[in-house]
Every structure is written in structure tokens, then in C-alpha cells.
Design a protein around this ligand. Structure first.
Ligand code: 13P
Length: 250
């Protein structure tokens, strides 16, 4: 089955405005588009509108790194799904490990954000992944089960098809310790098995599952040739034009 392939860069809380513009201009100039691949950048929210307009006539789509689930209200410091859309973004990262572990976001909040994104026509990219201690205790699959079942609770099958998943083992994020292609493949197969239990064969076969965690130009080739790895979500190496182009042009 032919699945969507998504190559994405999460800029996290990096870059000044002028650096962000320089980065996106460099990416737009150097991208060698491969048929069937989708490209996304997740800039910091103050630059989302400008970066979205710079990408409007390019193959890059944009997404926000986080949002609150209410449409509006007295929620100082938050941004809403309405604002994300208004800035021209078409995707939203939900449940990134830094949201879960630094800001203590729960599976229940992740679920509310997934539903809010769907209501507003924003594609959720759901991030899941285990801590090192959870992997060492053999709990990887149960963590994935809990995170995925929590995120999709009450989500209809027709809406489940709109969500992509990024498997980002927490121990591999920003550490230089990439999961081997075989480890990532095994986790992606577990995710597909959970999706099969929840929504059946067709959704399980169609859901794009990206790998994230220390993806670099020198390890991308091994990752993308795995059957169940449908793209990558890149942090550090997406912050420089050359290294991100070396990854997405692979
Ligand atoms: P690194 O590529 O810097 O490990 O970050 C991965 C990540 O968290 C992407 O969302």
C-alpha cells in the first residue's frame, strides 16, 4: 500500500525572526522535490504567519508546535486552533515529548487538542514515544498503547485517517543517540498493530508513521528504507539549510 511520506522539521524554540526567514528561503531554494513526498516546517509561533506566507507557493506546508484546545478565552500565553489556521498553518504537532515531559501535558489534554485540531481542519501530527527507563523495563509497547489510545479516545474512524503519528523515543531526542532502523521499524510495527485494533486494517495500513530522534544526514538513508518508516520529524538538523536539505533531498 502506498502511504503518504512526510519530511518535517521542528524548529522548537530556536531562531530569531531574520534567521527563520533566511532558513526558509534557503530551504525553498534548495529543495529537490520528490514525487509523493510532503514537506513541513514547524516554526516558533511568532513567525508562523510570515513563514507560512513565504511557503505559500512552495512545496513546504507549515504547522504550529503546540496550541490550546479552546477556540478563544482568558488563557494567557496560549494560542488557539483558530489562530493557527489564521496564520496559514495546516498542521499541528500534538503531544511532543517536550510538551509531555517539560510541561507535563497529559494524554487527556493531548486528546482534547487532537479533537480541536480536527474540528478546525488542522492535521494533527501526534507524537508518541517512551523514556529510556521505560524501554529498559520492556514497557515500550505499553507506553505506546497508553499514549495512542489516550490520544484517539472518541475519535471517529473517518477523522483518525487525518492524523499522522511521529514515533520519537525520548532517549533519542537531542542526544545524538538515534534508534537503529530496526528498533524504529519494530516500534512502528507495534504502532500499526495498535491502530489495527482501534480502527481496522485500512487505517492501520494508511497512517503515516514518522521517526524522530537525532535524525541526521548520515543516518537518514538507513531509516527511510524501512518498510514502516514513512518519513522523519527532525529537530536539531532542521535548523541549518544544508543539513535539512541533505535529509529531505535524500
Ligand atoms: P532532534 O532531531 O534534535 O533529536 O529532535 C527530534 C525532535 O524532537 C523532533 O520533534
Amino acid at each position: 500500500m502506498k502511504r503518504r511520506k512526510i519530511f518535517a522539521g521542528n524548529w522548537k524554540m530556536f531562531k530569531t525572526y531574520s534567521e527563520a526567514v533566511e532558513l526558509v528561503n534557503g530551504l525553498n531554494a534548495g529543495l529537490k522535490k520528490t514525487e509523493g513526498r510532503e514537506y513541513v516546517v514547524f516554526p516558533p509561533s511568532p513567525y508562523l504567519r510570515e513563514i507560512s506566507s513565504l511557503c505559500a507557493s512552495s512545496p513546504f506546508e507549515t504547522g504550529a508546535q503546540n496550541m490550546y484546545f479552546e477556540n478563544q478565552g482568558a488563557f494567557t500565553g496560549e494560542i488557539s486552533p483558530v489562530m493557527v489556521k489564521d496564520c496559514g498553518a495546516s498542521l499541528i504537532l500534538i503531544g511532543h515529548s517536550e510538551r509531555r515531559h517539560v510541561f507535563h501535558e497529559t494524554d487527556e489534554e493531548v486528546n482534547k487538542k487532537v479533537k480541536a485540531a480536527i474540528t478546525h481542519g488542522i492535521q494533527p501530527m501526534l507524537c508518541v514515544g517512551e523514556l529510556l527507563e521505560e524501554r529498559e523495563k520492556g514497557e515500550t509497547v505499553s507506553v505506546l498503547n497508553r499514549q495512542i489510545r489516550g490520544a484517539y479516545a472518541g475519535v471517529e474512524k473517518s477523522d483518525a485517517a487525518k492524523i499522522s503519528i511521529a514515533y520519537e523515543p525520548v532517549w533519542a531526542i537531542g542526544t545524538g543517540k538515534v534508534a537503529t532502523p530496526e528498533m524504529a521499524e519494530e516500534a512502528h510495527m507495534s504502532i500499526r498493530a495498535i491502530m489495527k485494533e482501534l480502527y481496522g486494517d485500512d487505517i492501520a495500513a494508511a497512517v503515516p508513521i514518522l521517526y524522530g530522534g537525532s535524525v541526521k544526514p548520515d543516518n537518514i538513508a538507513g531509516l527511510v528504507k524501512m518498510e514502516n518508516i514513512d518519513g522523519v520529524l527532525v529537530g536539531g538538523a532542521s535548523l541549518e539549510v544544508k543539513s535539512f536539505l541533505d535529509i529531505i533531498n535524500v
